[in-house]
Design a protein around this ligand. Structure first.
Ligand code: G3H
Ligand code: 13P
Ligand code: ZN
Length: 311
């Protein structure tokens, strides 16, 4: 089966009250860990690639690795550009075989974001590719872009309605209090998401798929392993899983996870190297790292996203 778009996945997820996991990938072990978990749980898969991941691993290598995951599992797999910052990178990914792209114009004023997103939609749709737009600003760090808590902005339901109507995007990422990275709330701060905004946006856009970025839970088990093995992330805090479950039951059809994968991988490597300080075979320390990715993703699929058995 060739790569699929997310259209069918989102239609089923919306109707079924669950979300599909969108996992960031940038090397073979991460892709294998995710693919093995999805195969065992029969979950549809969105594998997403950021500009930084594409620069690191290179487009051609990632395509072949993801093709291998698709062939090996037989699952419906969508390949998605995460946080495309301009028309050129979206076009390059569309021309290079991606089935879904995100145009992230969230840093621009509304009119400019609409113009840019509409241009991407026109090109993408002419090639059978779907587009995710973004409105509102998440706090946190992606690659070299850092948005402070003060500059973060919740999505306006009025603007969401106008944006979708004028751009023709197929899904929309919104800001309701999640943020990128492993430090989503300050120590002592009570995690809170604006479900009222999500509710209002879905009332204005019935049946329309919403995307949640910055949705890692920063699993304490992995943070503890990192800290117990020479790491220093005592204040890492993520989105509570019950909030993600609630979002998945509502209009959220795609939940983005990257930091949790990074933490699982780092925990596996650090733990192994502490126990085997003289070892220098990457296959040895990447095996537990890949195993942790697999167990993390299997748990997300079955206990948080609810997309097991939906492939
Ligand atoms: O939302 C951002 C993703 O976690 C990708 O991060 O740009 O550092 O690859 P990156
Ligand atoms: P996390 O940093 O919470 O994993 O978010 C990832 C993300 O939104 C990718 O686009
Ligand atoms: Zn993101």
């Amino acid at each position: 089966m060739p790569f699929v778009t997310t259209a069918e996945m989102f239609k089923k997820a919306y109707a079924g009250g669950y979300a599909v996991g969108a996992f960031n990938v940038n090397n073979m072990e991460i892709i294998q860990g995710i693919a093995d978990a999805a195969a065992e749980t029969r979950a549809p898969l969105i594998l997403q690639v950021s500009a930084g991941a594409r620069k690191y691993a290179r487009h051609a290598y990632l395509m072949k690795l993801i093709e291998a995951a698709e062939a090996d599992t037989g699952l419906p797999v969508a390949i998605h550009l995460d946080h495309g910052e301009d028309f050129e990178i979206c076009k390059s990914c569309i021309d290079g075989g991606f089935t879904s792209v995100m145009i992230d114009g969230s840093k621009y004023p509304l009119a400019e974001n609409i113009e840019l997103s509409r241009k991407v939609v026109e090109y993408a749709h002419s090639k059978g590719v779907v587009v995710e737009g973004e409105l509102g600003k998440l706090a946190g760090v992606e690659d070299n872009v850092s948005v402070s808590d003060e500059d973060a902005q919740f999505t306006s339901p009025d603007e969401a309605e106008e944006f979708v109507a004028k751009t023709g995007v197929d899904s929309l990422a919104i800001a309701i209090g999640t943020s990128h990275g492993a430090f989503k709330f300050k120590p002592g701060q009570k995690p809170r998401l604006r479900f009222d905004i999500l509710e209002e946006i879905s009332r204005r856009l019935p049946g329309f798929p919403i995307v949640l970025h910055g949705a890692s839970s920063v699993i304490p088990e992995f943070v503890e392993k990192i800290n117990a093995n020479g790491g220093a992330m005592p204040d890492a805090i993520g989105i509570p899983e019950d909030m993600l479950r609630q979002a998945a039951k509502m209009a959220v059809c795609k939940i983005n996870i990257d930091s949790d994968l990074r933490l699982a991988m780092t925990a596996g490597i650090r733990e192994y190297m502490t126990a085997h300080p003289a070892d220098f075979d990457p296959r040895k320390y990447l095996t537990p790292a890949r195993d942790y990715i697999k167990s993390l993703v299997a748990r997300k699929i079955t206990e948080v996203l609810g997309c097991d058995g939906k492939a």
